[in-house]
Design a protein around this ligand. Structure first.
Ligand code: NDP
Length: 246
């Protein structure tokens, strides 16, 4: 029997990149998986087809994490359609990097809405549904631990907020046997941060391993955290960053 057999999961921002890799990995481990997306309908459909090819149920929900109603509503829909919810992965994120003076109020509002408020609201909605043994995993960033240069004020602020959310969720939900953890990826080769992009060489050099990571390497950590073997891990920050913070 697969380790997540009979479980149900929602992965926000699951149409591409790290979220798509997590969704697929959870399905390979036996879970039925819903994903959200905002623009990439075709990409979302492809991920759902890959989930279904594992023999598990998959479906996509168009839900903009920048919208408060969508952020909570996606959890309700996933739980209703899947017949319950065991696992929430808060993955959808906006990466706005730039000099402090260049960041507009609209940037601030959008990044905080997607990276922080949506994770809060989805966790709140999920907490009302998760059974004993339920799991919340959020995707932070190595920038919450170490900011290697200028340009990261807004993004690092948003990702550092998830540390507080995760610890407080762990305390609030621990009595019910529900865990909450935070995964900090280092530079990972995705559309958001391509390994052949203009800033890639510097980011690779900032890691101890001297390379980008893959979305599958992050998914591997998430698969561990949502499984039975991680039942005593909660309120923790786990880095999958090639030693970026070392
Ligand atoms: P990508 O840009 O490659 O993919 C983002 C995914 O999130 C897509 O599925 C996209 O959907 C979805 N998404 C984006 N905005 C929204 C929104 N407002 N509402 C719903 N879904 C949305 O990003 P990554 O895979 O690289 O990043 C995933 C997470 O990992 C983010 O939280 C990011 O901050 C974090 N991270 C990434 C790192 C990296 O180096 N790549 C490093 C550290 C952290 P659609 O296809 O519809 O656009």
């Amino acid at each position: 029997m697969s380790s997540l057999s009979g479980k149900t999961a929602l992965v926000t921002g699951g149409s591409r990149g790290i979220g798509a890799a997590i969704a697929l990995r959870l399905a390979q481990e036996g879970a039925d998986v819903a994903i959200t997306y905002v623009r990439g309908e075709d990409a979302a459909r492809e991920v759902v087809a890959k989930i279904e090819a594992t023999g598990r149920r998959g479906f996509a929900i168009r839900a903009d994490a920048a919208d408060a109603g969508d952020a909570a509503g996606a959890v309700e829909r996933a739980a209703d359609d899947l017949g319950g919810l065991d696992i929430l992965v808060n993955n959808a994120g906006a990466g706005v990097i730039g000099p402090l003076e260049s960041l507009s109020l609209a940037d601030v509002d959008r990044v905080l809405a997607v990276n922080v408020r949506a994770a809060f609201l989805a966790s709140q909605a999920a907490a009302a549904r998760l059974p004993r043994g339920g799991r919340i995993v959020s995707i932070g960033s190595c920038m919450a631990k170490l900011v290697p240069g200028p340009g990261g004020t807004l993004y690092a602020t948003s990702k550092a907020a998830l540390i507080g959310l995760t610890k407080a969720l762990a305390r609030e939900l621990g009595e019910r046997g529900v865990t909450a953890n935070l995964v900090h990826p280092g530079p990972i080769d995705t559309d958001m941060n391509p390994a052949d992009g203009p800033y890639a060489a510097g980011q690779a050099a900032d890691t101890a391993l001297g390379r980008y990571g893959s979305a599958a390497e992050v998914a591997s950590m998430v698969a561990y955290l949502v499984g039975d073997e991680a039942a005593y891990v909660t309120g923790a920050e786990l880095s999958v960053d090639g030693g970026h913070a070392a």
